[in-house]
Design a protein around this ligand. Structure first.
Ligand code: MG
Length: 291
């Protein structure tokens, strides 16, 4: 199923994006809950409740509602730096990675984005939030944790995946470089567009086979296969949960492939009037205008 959070004027509601492009409102139906976090926490029984409610719930055209970020996690969005080989090269060559010791890391580089940076599909990315004027896009696959856990083995990791979404890990490059730690450069308000939906894990046979593509104003910028990840999804979950207690609804942005704005010489930053689209096969297209 493709699950969405939407606003019809009465506040955030949970819905299902059907194959005809309609949003079916299942919020508050028996066993479903009112937020995506409640749906994720309910696990398989929550998904069964949604399936049971589908045929008797009201549907609206997607255009008649406003899609929001599909989930607001309890914690910051966890994210991975330098996790595609070609991007590791371009990032290294750009000189913007103040943390760099090795071009290809021995262990995943994990940072977080403030929860307050999350916005939904269609929402504007506001570059005025970045005082350095160096805002850049990073198209990424987002993994939504279902059942939480501590010390999850890679072999068991996919049993903890609720589903997938699309994330744009928008970054203020100069802040990323000057503060050494990535948090400030990654956390400006509106710098974490997410959506349009969460595709439940059962819908995707092999996420590694999916392609990710990013365009700016229709111009192709990023095009890579998820299988090109240096540290794959199972390895990331094992590495993070070795220390961190993962909770239902936690979001992991798995890293971006080559083709970001700082890969150009000179760098090309986002400016007002741009439109960024990130697409992942089987998951969807996240489209955000820039102001
Ligand atoms: Mg990133």
């Amino acid at each position: 199923m493709k699950l969405v959070t939407f606003d019809d004027g009465t506040g955030p509601r949970v819905g299902v994006l059907d194959s005809g492009g309609a949003v079916v409102d299942v919020s508050g139906r028996p066993g479903v809950g009112d937020t995506m976090l409640e749906v994720v926490e309910a696990g398989e029984s929550g998904l069964d409740a949604i399936r049971a409610a589908l045929s008797s719930s009201p549907a609206r055209p997607e255009q008649a509602v406003r899609l929001l970020a599909p989930i607001t996690p309890r914690n910051n969005v966890m994210a991975v730096g330098r996790n595609y080989h070609e991007h590791a090269k371009e990032f290294s060559a750009s000189g913007f990675d103040a943390s760099e010791k090795k071009m290809i890391p021995d262990h995943p580089i994990i940072f977080t984005k403030a929860q307050s940076s999350i916005v939904g599909p269609g929402h504007t990315i506001d570059t005025s939030m970045d005082p350095s004027g160096t805002s850049d896009y990073e198209g990424e696959l987002g993994v939504i944790i279902g059942t939480g856990g501590h010390r999850i083995a890679a072999a068991d990791a996919f049993a903890h995946v609720f589903g997938y979404t699309v994330i744009n890990d928008v970054t203020a490059r100069a802040l990323q470089a000057q503060h050494v730690q990535f948090f400030i450069g990654k956390s400006a308000a509106t710098f974490c567009p997410m959506g349009p939906c969460i595709v439940t894990a059962d819908e995707i046979d092999d996420i590694a086979a999916a392609r990710l593509r990013t365009t700016v104003n229709g111009e192709p910028r990023q095009d890579a296969c998820i299988s090109d990840l240096i540290f794959d999804i199972a390895t990331l979950i094992e590495a993070i949960s070795a220390a961190v207690l993962l909770q239902p609804g936690d979001v992991i942005a798995t890293g971006t492939p080559s083709g970001v704005g700082i890969g150009f010489d000179p760098p090309v930053y986002l400016t007002g009037g741009d439109v960024v689209e990130v697409s992942i096969d089987g998951v969807g297209t996240l489209r955000n205008p820039v102001v």
